[in-house]
Design a protein around this ligand. Structure first.
Ligand code: ADP
Ligand code: MG
Length: 285
């Protein structure tokens, strides 16, 4: 596709009011698992994040990494156990989660930010007790924690100095346990709420919330928080989409202006959503 210089200028110009609106505001991007599938997509997402930071937004990346954890488990011959679509975390799995999330996945994202000329700093929820959690007593997922507290100070410090904090979702135990595995959607929502973020953006592997997962035409572009319970009762929101939507609802209830579920498989979906007149994915408000 080739476009004229005038069209190029128009597109750049279209971004001006959005840059003015969001400059200085905090944007939390959850980048997870199934949306991190390819190197090309990772590069597109990370270059978007560096651009947003460059035009003055305070961007925080919160990441998961289920597929990478599963890969490592396979390599060492350990079977993953899932309960209701969520990973069961035994102590040996927790060790792998810590190594892969806080190590490999976190530092690979930081290296990509660096490649695009941004300044990323990778920290885990354990660093300076950024995320505190206790064992989830409602459902037994092993060492999966329920967040009890977010200590925003380390993130605020990094943001004020112009860094892009990249947070892996392993929490410090507040009940004597060393650490807990945390669902990355939940962590992102809680971090967004605690920071008083303008937006929470959850990148995943579908267009957004759809009435029928197999029909792209059934995409729900906008959804009010009050409409969610019915969608759950009707069985439209299910599986991995449940924690996502619930987290968006929680974030919005706690003051985050808007939450978006975007397709991480579409290159530059973050830029399209934030800096153009086009809306993609599902907006929860
Ligand atoms: P992630 O790794 O991004 O957390 P998940 O697999 O946990 O991804 O969650 C996204 C999945 O939720 C989609 O791939 C889709 O199969 C499922 N899903 C369930 N209900 C819906 C719905 N109504 N609209 C879109 N996706 C849905
Ligand atoms: Mg998920």
């Amino acid at each position: 596709m080739s476009i004229s210089n005038m069209e190029r200028a128009k597109i750049l110009n279209e971004a001006l009011p959005y840059i003015q609106q969001y400059s200085g505001k905090t944007i939390v991007v959850k980048y997870g698992g199934n949306a991190m599938i390819s190197e090309n997509l990772r590069r597109a997402v990370i270059s978007d994040i560096v651009l947003l930071n460059q035009v003055g937004m305070r961007v925080v990346v919160v990441h998961g990494g289920g597929p990478e954890i599963s890969d490592m488990m396979k390599k060492i011959g350990k079977e993953g156990v899932f309960v209701d679509g969520l990973r069961y975390t035994d102590p040996e799995t927790m060790d792998i989660v810590q190594q892969i999330l806080c190590g490999k996945v976190n530092k690979d994202l930081v290296a990509l930010i660096d490649e695009f000329g941004g300044r990323g700093i990778g920290i885990s929820g354990m660093d300076s007790r950024l995320i505190e959690a206790v064992r989830n007593t409602k459902n037994d997922y092993g060492l999966v924690g329920e967040i009890t507290k977010i200590n925003t100070a380390p993130v605020e410090t990094l943001l004020s100095a112009g860094y892009i904090p990249v947070i892996s979702t392993v929490a410090a135990g507040a009940d004597g346990e060393k650490c807990y595995n945390i669902n990355a959607d939940t962590a992102a929502a809680q971090v967004a709420a605690a920071l008083g973020a303008e937006k929470l953006i959850i990148l995943t592997d579908v267009l957004g919330l759809m009435r029928d997962v197999n029909d792209p035409a059934s995409l729900i572009s906008k959804c009010r928080v009050s409409e969610v319970p019915l969608l759950v009762r009707e069985g439209i929101i299910k599986g991995g989409m449940i924690p996502k939507i619930e987290c968006c609802v929680e974030a919005v209830r706690r003051g985050v202006n808007r939450a978006h579920i975007l397709d991480g498989r579409i290159e530059h979906s973050v830029l399209i959503e934030l800096l153009t007149d086009a809306g993609v994915g599902t907006m929860i408000h």
